[in-house]
Each structure stands twice: as structure tokens, then as C-alpha cells.
Design a protein around this ligand. Structure first.
Ligand code: NAD
Length: 362
């Protein structure tokens, strides 16, 4: 199991260090090698994704990524900005399926902006297609309008498109993920208005014929956005295109209350993956030993589950995180009256200790 470790900038180095310690505590045959990425790589090599870093990532089975970015790079030309490293990795590794689970831990129910009864026990998985849709469609640009309400006016346009194989592969990913969960997929579209999403709906329905054991429902995106805050527990696996997924996955992630808790995975056809927390580099708290490392630790669990098929080891990490939360330990972002505040390192120590205990127990 070869892992490229790319901590990046800001809190990236602090949170990734804890996830690495957790992986080491599992005593599995894992090889880890680190490289610079983002602003740190720009400072050292003049580029956010140097050749050597890209090669390490491409040769590995999985990438453990921290976060990149800092406001001090905002004036750089776009191709040199730290965030370009993620786009480059997605492109070169062919990462087309983005997984974002939104799980509400019972101990953190009070941290959500929704009523406890709506989110307690919440466990949904948003699967977003990552390489197609209006974000990449051609042609796009600006021109003079020849029709519409204002012919002759300046206008801008983008092209929404999906090919059949692009929809088929993400549909397979969703149905297979559902088989490992409660066997229900909600495919989100806008088939009532957009031809691209009528096609999406047709292709997902066609692929579904191969998964008779999984229930499929179709839902328009506007309704899905509403249902996610009205009754989020009605969902299990949600699959959708790039743009709708971008919006819905952020909406779903906030149901659980804290961005410091949310892992993510982006996979290619070979199950190679990039695993990272959903949050950024948090320059405001960087270097202070304050960041919550749990999103990154849970991303490492997703790596074991999805890329390495090490379900038991993944469970072990997730159980350790639950037990640490149940024992009342909290980093500042999830702290509340009556719980015990710990640092980034302190939280990592507690998860490592919980894992070591389960290994000792057998
Ligand atoms: P952010 O996610 O870094 O921070 C938003 C807020 O959440 C901050 O108050 C921060 O302190 C807090 N926060 C984030 N992660 C936390 C954690 N683990 N524990 C405790 N608190 C946490 O978003 P931002 O401030 O908008 O962006 C900062 C930088 O991160 C920017 O340069 C942005 O481009 C970059 N960014 C990178 C990624 C990525 O690497 N994938 C994603 C988003 C933003």
C-alpha cells in the first residue's frame, strides 16, 4: 500500500501529521512518502505542483492530501496559485468520482444548525461527478447576442454536456456504493428543463437494470436542495453531476455542524484516490495546534475502505473517533460547555490511543 503524503499549507501540515500517526498505529504494511504541494511547493520550486510531486502522486495507490492556499498568494497569476495543485492532481489522476459523506456523530448533534431530531443518526453519501458538465463543456466564452431578449448586447455562455460513458461510470460507482450501504440511490437532475439531464436520467435508469437489488429514485435538484434541509435522513446515496454536486455537497456537509469533521475522497477508474478533508488551509489558526484533525483522520479511513479494501482497519479508525468523541474530548471548533478542550496533537494522541487499545484487545 503506497501512499503519497501531501500536507500542503497552513493547518495542512498539522492535521496530516496526525492522520499519518493514526495510519502508523494500525501496524499495516503501508509505505508513505511526503512531498511539497501548494504554496509550500511554490516557495521551494516555483510551482504549486512540481513534476516530482506529481510523479510521486501518480506512482502511489493513494494520495493523503492536507490543504493548500493562503491569502498571501492571491496576487499570483492563476496557474501559479496553490489551489491549482488540486485541479492538476484531479486532471492527471483522472479523478472523476467525488465522495463526500455527511455523518452526524451523536455527541455533536448540538453543533448543527438543524433541529437534533432531523439530523441525529444522519449518514448520507453524496457522489459528485467531477470531470464533466458545464464546468468543462465547450464552447464557452463571450460574444454579441444574435437572439434572445437583447439581440446585439454583449453576452457570455457555457456549454452543459455529458457523454454516455461519463454518466455510466459514475452511475456504476453510485450503485456499487449503495450495495455496501442501505441499497438506495437518489439520482439528482433537472430533466424537466435541461436535455443534458434528461439524458443523465435515461442513462442512470439504463445502468440501474444491472442493479435490481438497489432502489433508484429520481429527484429534481431544486427539490433535493429543499429535502436536504427538510428531511435529510430520507437520503442514503445521492449521485449527481458536477455543478449540482458542488452545491449539494456543501449544503449536506454543513448539516453535521462542523467543517473540521468532514472527510472526502476522489477516485479514478483504477480506484486510485485522493483523500482530503473538506475544509481549506485555515490560515487564521495555522501553526497554533488548534485545528481539528478528525476530517483528515476520517479521510485516511476512507482511503483504507475505498482504495485498499481494508474495511476492518477503516472501521477501527471510525470506531476510535466515535469513542474519543464519546469520552468528551473536543478541539476548539466543536467544543461546548461540559466537554474537554484538546489541541490538534491531543486529539491525534487520543485517536491513536483508542486504536492501540483495540489492537491490543485483538
Ligand atoms: P477554510 O476551510 O480554510 O476555513 C474556514 C473557517 O473554518 C476558518 O475560520 C477556519 O479556521 C475554520 N476551519 C477550517 N478547517 C478547520 C479545522 N480542521 N479545524 C478547525 N477549524 C477549521 O476556508 P477559507 O478560510 O475560505 O480558505 C483559506 C484558504 O484555504 C484559501 O487560500 C482557500 O483557497 C484554501 N482552500 C483550500 C482548499 C483545499 O485545499 N482543498 C479548500 C478550500 C479552501
Amino acid at each position: 500500500m503506497k501512499i503519497a503524503v501531501l500536507p500542503g499549507d497552513g493547518i495542512g501540515t498539522e492535521i496530516v501529521a496526525e492522520a499519518v500517526r493514526v495510519l502508523q498505529a494500525l501496524e499495516l504494511p503501508i509505505e508513505m512518502e511526503s512531498a511539497l504541494v501548494g504554496g509550500a511547493a511554490y516557495e521551494a520550486h516555483g510551482h504549486p505542483l512540481p513534476e516530482s510531486t506529481l510523479k510521486l502522486a501518480m506512482d502511489a495507490d493513494a494520495v493523503l492530501f492536507g490543504a493548500v492556499g493562503d491569502w498571501k498568494y492571491d496576487k499570483l497569476d492563476r496557474p501559479l496559485r496553490p489551489e491549482q495543485a488540486i485541479l492538476g492532481l484531479r486532471k492527471h489522476l483522472g479523478l472523476f468520482a467525488n465522495f463526500r459523506p455527511a455523518i452526524c456523530y451523536p455527541e455533536l448533534v448540538g453543533a448543527s444548525s438543524l433541529k437534533p431530531e432531523l439530523i441525529s443518526g444522519l449518514d448520507i453519501l453524496i457522489i459528485r461527478e467531477l470531470t464533466g458538465d458545464i464546468y468543462f463543456g465547450q464552447p464557452r466564452g463571450r460574444r454579441t447576442a444574435t437572439d434572445g431578449h437583447f439581440p446585439g448586447a454583449e453576452e457570455a455562455f457555457d456549454t452543459m454536456r455529458y457523454s454516455k460513458p461519463e454518466i455510466e461510470r459514475i452511475a456504476h460507482v453510485a450503485f456499487q456504493a449503495a450495495r455496501k450501504r442501505s441499497k438506495k440511490v437518489t439520482s439528482v437532475d433537472k430533466a424537466n428543463v435541461l436535455e443534458t439531464f434528461q439524458f443523465w436520467k435515461d442513462v442512470v435508469t439504463e445502468v440501474h437494470a444491472q442493479y435490481p437489488d438497489v432502489e433508484l429514485e429520481h429527484m429534481y435538484v431544486d427539490n433535493a436542495a429543499m429535502q436536504l434541509v427538510r428531511a435529510p435522513k430520507k437520503f442514503d446515496v445521492v449521485v449527481t453531476g458536477n455543478m449540482f454536486g458542488d452545491i449539494l455537497s456543501d449544503e449536506a456537509s454543513m448539516l453535521t455542524g462542523s467543517i473540521g469533521m468532514l472527510p472526502s475522497a476522489s477516485l479514478n477508474t483504477k480506484n486510485q484516490g485522493l483523500y482530503e478533508p473538506s475544509h481549506g488551509s485555515a490560515p487564521d489558526i495555522a501553526g497554533k495546534n488548534l485545528a481539528n484533525p478528525l476530517a483528515t483522520i476520517l479521510s485516511a479511513a476512507m482511503m483504507l475502505r475505498f482504495t485498499f479494501n481494508q474495511t476492518e482497519a477503516a472501521d477501527r479508525i471510525e470506531t476510535a473517533v466515535s469513542s474519543v468523541l464519546a469520552s468528551g474530548l473536543r478541539t476548539t471548533d466543536i467544543w461546548s460547555e461540559g466537554t474537554t478542550k484538546v489541541s490538534t496533537r491531543g486529539m491525534g494522541d487520543a485517536v491513536v490511543a483508542a486504536i492501540t487499545k483495540t489492537i491490543t484487545k485483538g
